[in-house]
Ligand binder design. Structure first.
Ligand code: ZN
Length: 193
């Protein structure tokens, strides 16, 4: 089933999501929701989807960066396929000092994009779909996805972190900005370097 993805302005996107109990994770309803969120993310298509985006203020997100999404992506993004993954009650326990800046989008701000600085790498502790505690270290684009989805569970959107002057619709991103290097972009947007 495909769930409805709520758009910016819906109060649920600004709520602090509630952690899930181990007993709730194994419920058939939760397992069904995970499947529907996976289908909804793939259909969108997107590389991550957090429960608040389908109207539910709970700490659950799904991530998947498929091989077919990698075409034409420039190597500086350090983007690689990431298998389907469920994150429950995730928290960032460590992050690199190094930050990287790229255009980022969100299924709840459909049609728009902006430059967002994110930590180059993060360590995340979370529960998987069976309620087992896990830890992952992600870097590059995968680290960006992790930070973006965990932000959703804290009621944050990328617009809270974006370089505001870079905000653009997708059509203009493709037409004017997509192929510029970050230094050239910053110059063209008259941003301090
Ligand atoms: Zn998002």
């Amino acid at each position: 089933m495909r769930l409805k993805i709520v758009q910016a302005g819906d109060p649920v996107l600004r709520q602090e999501a509630r952690p899930l109990g181990a007993d709730e994770i194994v419920l058939p309803e939760t397992q069904q929701l995970i499947e529907w969120m996976r289908d909804t993310m793939r259909d969108a298509p997107g590389v991550g989807l957090a429960a608040p985006q389908v109207g539910l203020p709970i700490q659950l997100a799904v991530i998947e960066d498929r091989t077919e999404y990698q075409r034409g992506v420039s190597p500086d993004r350090e983007r690689q396929p990431a298998p389907f993954q469920v994150l429950i009650n995730p928290r960032i326990v460590a992050r690199s000092d190094e930050q990287v800046e790229f255009f980022e989008g969100c299924l709840s701000l459909a049609g728009f994009s902006a430059l967002v600085k994110r930590s180059h790498s993060v360590t995340v502790e979370y529960l998987d779909e069976q309620g087992v505690t896990r830890s992952i270290q992600g870097q590059g684009w995968y680290a960006r996805i992790l930070q973006h989805e965990i932000d959703h569970l804290r009621g944050k959107l990328y617009v809270d972190r974006m370089e505001t002057r870079s905000f653009t619709n997708i059509e203009n991103l493709t037409r004017h900005w997509k192929d510029l290097s970050i230094p050239d972009l910053r110059r063209a947007l008259r941003l301090e370097s």
